[in-house]
Design a protein around this ligand. Sequence first.
Ligand SMILES: Nc1nc2[nH]cc(C(=O)O)c2c(=O)[nH]1
Ligand code: SF4
Ligand SMILES: [Mg+2]
Length: 226
Amino acid sequence: MSEIKIPMVEIFETVEGEGTRAGFPTIFVRLFGCNLRCSWCDTKYSYPPEEAGSVMTIGDIMRQVRTYRSTHLCLTGGEPLLYGEKSAALIEALLEIETLTDLHVETNGAVDLAMFMERIDSPKVRYIMDYKLPDSGESEAMITSNFALLREQDELKFVIGSDRDFAESVRVLERYPTRALPLFSPVWETMPPAKLVQLMLDHGLSQVKLNMQLHKIIWDPAMRGV
Ligand SMILES: Nc1nc2[nH]cc(C(=O)O)c2c(=O)[nH]1
Ligand code: SF4
Ligand SMILES: [Mg+2]
């Protein structure tokens, strides 16, 4: 199983910039490839026409992960669940690393989570699932059956670029009940955070959490590996 090969972009250690674990030192494992092409994507280097940085075996990935001391790990991309059984095998292998206490998966909402939820039964694994809104150009690709699969430890992220996106986020939350924590994130270039906060307050969204990308505040937003 550790011989399974996966196209990779990078592995690095920094602080988590997003979600409920923002601020914790975290190991990032970024896989190559994505089944979406969001208009505002900030990791265009993680899919064609760019090329994978390398092809690593699960064993190679584990060896590199073990060189870091962070206990949180973020599996991201691209789309880290693009490789189905192989992605699941990678998560299972990472769970064998005893020092890791949290393994969160940044998934794009266009991969069916059913197989992963059935196969991987560990409270350490948490899904941070996106719901792609109209401005992304990918809302048609959303698999809404995933909403009912998400658990309390999971997070549901809306990246909001406009008033239209905000209105759609509110509508989606009303239409698809979920146990996951809803996170509202501003599109860096088009949605001033102060405006998003005002919209949240105006709509009385007391159960929604603002999600700022700390890494874009700490470092140059165009910087990689941070
Ligand atoms: N610091 C930092 N936090 C992040 N959280 C999610 C990231 C991602 O690219 O998926 C990311 C990232 O690229 N950097
Ligand atoms: S799903 Fe993520 S990696 Fe893929 S295009 Fe959209 S923002 Fe980029
Ligand atoms: Mg990123």
